[in-house]
Design a protein around this ligand. Sequence first.
Ligand SMILES: *Cc1c(COP(=O)(O)O)cnc(C)c1O
Length: 394
Amino acid sequence: MNRFIYADNAATTAVSTRVLDKMLPVLRDEYGNPSSLYGLGGRAKMLLDNARKQTAAALHAQPEEIYFTSCGTESDNWAIRGACELMEQKGKRHIVSTAFEHHAVLHTLQALEKKGYEVTYLDVHSDGLVRVEELKAALREDTGLVTVMFANNEIGTIQPIAEIGKICREKGVLFHTDAVQAVGQIPVDVRVQNIDLLSLSGHKLHAPKGVGALYIRKGIPLPNLMTGGAQERGRRPGTENTASIVALGEAVAAACETMEERARRLSSLRDALIEGALKAIPHSRVNGHREKRLPGNVNMCFEGVEGEALLLMLDQAGICASSGSACTSGSLDPSHVLLAIGLPHEVAHGSLRLSFGTETSMEDIEYILEKLPPIIQRLRDMSPLWERIIKEEQ
Ligand SMILES: *Cc1c(COP(=O)(O)O)cnc(C)c1O
């Protein structure tokens, strides 16, 4: 019998019952504008303040350092474009980043390059990790910003954020991290890790889509991305999305309360799946470091297999997964992340990402391990590429 398994939590997550229970009454009853002076507005304002406290606590930041936005993408844009305006004032036009950032960062950097900024993209090596020495060597007199993601959304690798933060602070360079995949999954501490700017998003941690936050370290006069009203202490205009912000605060708090236990459970599920798949499927490999990765992230390549065909067959078996290549990105190029870690095009095309969450059980892993190997075999039986691989081997 078919099960239904949602194994694409890195793409988005279901809104949890705890979050929904907090959010629905706000949506229904607390429609006041937080800027209004009567009681109804004041109550909405208090809800925002509470969510700000919850979000700040999760990052070890202060509430005044949290600004709510419409999504992770907006937070990334604000941080990077704002930082560029700031460094411009000091005559600096050089940025250091990596080759495997999320498109919210990568495409923003590419737009800035067209405006005359210079970007050094650090190599992420075959293990999916940047090297701190290489980052150090890339810094110049005119470097004003380093932006390196906390954990990668495709291969789940966790970067040496504290070391990068330390170097940036010593050199007086602003440090932004896209922590959308990290917050609530692994420990984040903006003080200890010397982070100046940090992006997060609600829908990756069981809040709804369309809400995010940017942490701006106190004292950094980051220019606004948009012009408008005086919301968010004059820094992010637009009437606040009270219900979603309440949801974000609750989701962050919930994720942090259960983080340790969940990380332990998910990493053992992850490892069971990886071990099982490697054993059952020849010509398969794991992408990214085996330990320095998000607890719920599996990313593998199966030679001689097209990622899209694999996803369709998994879907028929009731399994929701993702592949970094072709259709998902609307182009025929394989994932820029897999190319960045040095995979050849034809191998990168056969990639599969499974990202587990709160709901994932050992039974789900067993079911996937039952379905996956015969699906791969069926696809390989139809593949001229696989025929070639087997011939070359003989
Ligand atoms: C999902 C994601 C984003 C974008 O967040 P949205 O809220 O969907 O705009 C940015 N960075 C990373 C690493 C992500 O996984």
